[in-house]
Unconditional design. Sequence first.
Length: 550
Amino acid sequence: MAFSRGARTGDPERDIAYERDFGRRGSYSDLDVPEEVVQYLQYFKRMIDEQNVPEIQGLYEHGFPDLTERIFSEKLWPDDRVVESIVGAGPETKLFVILYKELYYRDLYTRMSRGPSLGHRFDSYMNYQDLFSEILNHQKENKNEPVQIQLPNGWLWDIIDEFVYQFQAFCLYKANPGKRTAEEVEDLLDIEQSQNAWNIYPVLNILYSLLEKSQINVQLKAIRDGLNPDDVADEFGRNALYFKLGYFSLIGLLRTHVLLGDYHQALRTVEYLEMDTKGLYNTVPSCLVTLHYFVGISHMMMRNYGEATKIFVNCLLYIQRTQNLQQQQTTQGKRNTKYDVIGKTNEQLFHLLAICLTLQPQRIDESIQSQLLEKNGDRMLRMSNGDLDEFRNAFQQGCPKFLSPTIVVYEGGNMAKEPLIRQCNAFLEGIESQIYGPILRGYLKLYTSLPLKKLASFMDVPSGEMDTFTGKLLTYKMIVNELGKETLERSEVDDSTLDLDFYIDKDMIIVADTKVARRVGEYFIKHIIKLQEVTQKVKAMMPPVQAGSA
């Protein structure tokens, strides 16, 4: 497919990008590449050939960003033809060149605030096609077998994460005519007619193929059942590369299904993935945050606010504990988009947490509670008074950029936000039946008994709608008393959630304050026992005292 890249657009950013890239391609050769970069590329290829993961990790996480900042801050990295002239061309260098191009296009995406050109988007997709085809269909002596390569966890996660991100970006690009030039319209029409780039079906097919090839769900189920995963996997599943790609593809699919608005399928995707400290996702901070964010929002959209709150708080605590590392990355002046994403997600989590705690109050970690009140205290007060606009604003600020793979706008207005508006309206419709909950809670906390008509008058309920009002009261009671218990461990129920209960006796509401006071005696006894255990361990480690010694 021939893309019309040569015309100037009138957009300074795109014109400069064109000159940096295509204007140099005719004369950009290995002679133009600094010797330091040549040595870097040659050494990088050798380490990948030798499967030296620690060295690859250093070259990926530090070497590439450092050279980008020092040498390629005003121009793009050399294209694949120049790289082939440096490291050699042929089957033995094919995979390295594909991996290099993955870095090349990812760097290009970060440079342009309005996004890359359609040609770059298409080329990047084709490179991902080549990469996954090489991994899934690697042939040796006419036999399909695992490709012999090992990459660090961070890079493998970034490959899956970037693949899903570029699919999301392309869907938003299709829906927004302001993101493209007039010359790109015809090329976009060709892509949509042929469906050969960033279509939803091949994207899902690639991710599900990685799951199947790695047998990741079967292995995770075996691990959960205390069995050896190697006993249920073939040579692909036992290969570290395929296992990790399959694992990270689960989280990529989770994110994709959430962006499409299928929350039930999103949770089913990760049903065998245990949220514990032993999970592979713990080795990559951005992966951990992504997993918690999308699992949490799936629970929230399915009205499981207690579980969503628990997941959001755990993620915020993790970000809080690693905050020093994030600040260190910033003060060192490194271009680290991973921590930029974590910082942005941190703000989104507080907006979503405010919604969940307004609809289903419960006790959370004090440090997160104080930050939440500082950031969203006024908003939560307005939401608790039934302000739907505040719910809408909090949702839109906290949710991801939802997408529709079928929306294409060749000219006219921007339709990129239409999926977001649709999801927001569906969410608001879902909570309209619960909007009286926070208001009811505020009134009921003030009384031990209250006539039903008096409460109805407080809430401006007409006398002819008393039956409907009683139904709303019982709905609130069900949400508060049942939903939270399903999502918390039994030992946590008394401590963390419900501080209010009531029942209706004819025309009177009887309110019971169920808040459990801290049992100070039990608290001190528990810690005295712990202290005694520690003392006994220390004594056991000390050498025996000799008779007659001082």
